[in-house]
Structure formats: C-alpha cells, structure tokens
Design a protein around this ligand. Structure first.
Ligand code: ADP
Ligand code: MG
Length: 289
C-alpha cells in the first residue's frame, strides 16, 4: 500500500496571548484510496486538521508528508502548486462564485493549466455529467437546489484530477436524504477512481457511510477501528492501524490485555501479519508500557 498522507506530531496553536491549541500532537497515516470520515464536536479541530492536510494552512509544529513530499519544507509558491495538483477541496458553504454558472465554476481551477478553452469546457461538462448535472450546466448557484450546489462543488474539486478530495461538512446544511445522496456520490468517486476521500462531518449516520472513521476531540485524534465488533481497545490505545488490528482480532487477540501479554513468538503465527507489522506491534507495546 502507498501512504498518501502521513502526519506526525502535528500541533496547531492559534493566537499569541490567548492561545488556542486547535491540534495537539496528531499522528495519522492514510493510505491512497481510503474513504475516511472525521467526526467530532464543534471546535474540536476538524477543520484545522483538514486545512493542514490540504495545505491551506501550516501546522505550528510537526511533519506532514503528502504523497512523498515533506510539505513543511516547501515555500508558499510550492505549497500552492502542491495544493493545486493534489488536492480537491469541498467547503461547507461550497464557495461557488455567484456570477458564474455551473460549468464556469467547474472550469475555474483549470485556468492555470495548459488547456485550451475547449478542452476546459469539455472536461468541465464531463465532470458535471459525473455528478448528474449535465443539463444544469448553465445555471447559476442561485438557480440551483440545495442538492445541486454540493454536486457542482464536487465536480469543481475534481477538475484537476486530485489524488485527495477533502470535504468539510459537505452535508452540514442539507436535509438527511440529500446528505446521503452526496455521500453516495463521494463513495462512488472513491470506489470508481481510487481517489482518497476524507469527509468531515458531525453526523454519525454520515460517518458510517465511510470505511474508516476517525474522531477528533480537543485537538486529538481517536480512531474507531473498523470491524472490531466492539473491541476497540487495541487500536486506539496502541495506535495500531486497522489492518493490523483486524488481523489480531481474527487471531483471538481482541483486547488490550491479551495483546500486551503476547509472546513475540506467537505474533509470528498470527495469520497474515507481515514481519514489518510484527515489528510495529512490538514497538507499539513497548511504547505503551
Ligand atoms: N483562525 C483562527 N484563529 C484563532 N482560533 C481559531 C482559528 N481557527 C480555529 N480556531 C480555534 O481552533 C479550535 C478548532 O477549530 P476548528 O478546527 O474550526 O474546529 P471544528 O472544525 O472541529 O469545529 C477552536 O477552538 C477554534 O475557535
Ligand atoms: Mg469546522
């Protein structure tokens, strides 16, 4: 698997006199092609995390590797290039330009690319087709329904064929049925193109539509590991990846106590656990103790 995002010890402090620690030592690895939700209370740091992953903002400290590039070592110009080439952003209020129609909004991110106006138009129309809005191409945002605007925002986020799509509460202002249809669209996008999709939401039913669910509280990330049938201790406490946890659970090591007391020789008998993963488990146990 290919790590598309690796955040190590990311901390973000806002303000100088009245400091707010919006993110506190966030460690997170995301593989290319994952479909992830980030949930958490208002003010917990979700948007800050998304903005840092999307290179819209820089952390106060910590390291962010995006598709192999150490983001913190890049200057501002390079950072916007990385953002333009790798990231598609969907904002909560969608940020569509009111004076432009749907197809013109989708074309905007392509302005700086070496494309002819016709190539741009063709690609934008194709993307509008993908989100089911081909026949609405000449409608302005104020002429669109609540469910159509996020679709235009999704099409625009895909304009530059990004490797990562980040969506900050895209369903926050939608009724639940429309919200579900937007999540379905993002899920299809992830499934059909292998694009990594990260969705921030405060809605658990929306989060459940994703494969991997993260939870942020007070600027810290907590992972709800997948398919652990209620046995979440090992994943969150030892900070092991869901893949490793699933293998441990299947082998009967479903709770923290059993993993902590594990005989290293037995780890090598856990089905499917690679040598590298065994080392990670042993390391995690050592760090936890
Ligand atoms: N530009 C900023 N300046 C100062 N404080 C900020 C700024 N942006 C966010 N914060 C603070 O950081 C914390 C996390 O905010 P945010 O990431 O927006 O949370 P969420 O998206 O989970 O609601 C909050 O306490 C918020 O008030
Ligand atoms: Mg937010």
């Amino acid at each position: 698997m290919n790590e598309i995002i690796k955040a190590a010890g990311i901390t973000k402090v806002y303000g100088t006199r009245n400091q707010v620690r919006a993110l506190d030592d966030v460690n997170l690895t995301i593989e290319a092609g994952e479909y992830i939700s980030i949930r958490g209370p208002s003010g917990s740091g979700k948007s800050t995390l998304l903005n840092i992953i999307g290179c819209l903002d820089r952390p106060t400290s910590g390291e962010l590797i995006l598709d192999g590039v150490d983001v913190e070592k890049q200057g501002d110009g390079e950072l916007s290039r990385i953002r333009r080439d790798n990231i598609g952003f969907i904002f909560q209020s969608f940020n569509l330009l009111p004076i432009l129609n749907a197809v013109e909004n989708v074309e905007l991110p392509m302005e700086n690319l070496k494309m002819t106006p016709k190539e741009r138009r063709d690609r934008a129309m194709k993307l509008l087709g993908t989100v089911g809005l081909k026949d609405r191409w000449n409608h302005k945002p104020k002429e669109m329904s609540g469910g159509e605007k996020p679709r235009v925002a999704i099409a625009r986020a895909l304009a530059n064929d990004p490797s990562v799509v980040l969506a900050d509460e895209p369903t926050g202002n939608l009724d639940s049925r429309t919200g579900k249809s937007i999540m379905k669209l993002l899920g299809e996008l992830n499934h059909n193109t292998g694009t990594t999709v990260i969705v921030v939401t405060h809605d658990i039913s929306i989060a459940k539509a994703t494969q991997r669910q993260l939870y942020v509280e007070d600027g810290r990330i907590k992972e709800k590991t997948r398919n652990l049938s209620g046995k979440k201790e090992i994943g969150s406490k030892l900070k092991l990846s869901p893949e490793i946890c699933n293998k441990l659970v299947k082998a009967g090591y479903g709770d923290l106590g059993r993993v902590l007391g594990i005989d290293p020789a037995k780890l090598s008998r856990v089905k499917g656990l690679k040598r590298r993963e065994i080392t990670q488990v042993l390391e995690a146990i050592k760090n936890y103790k």
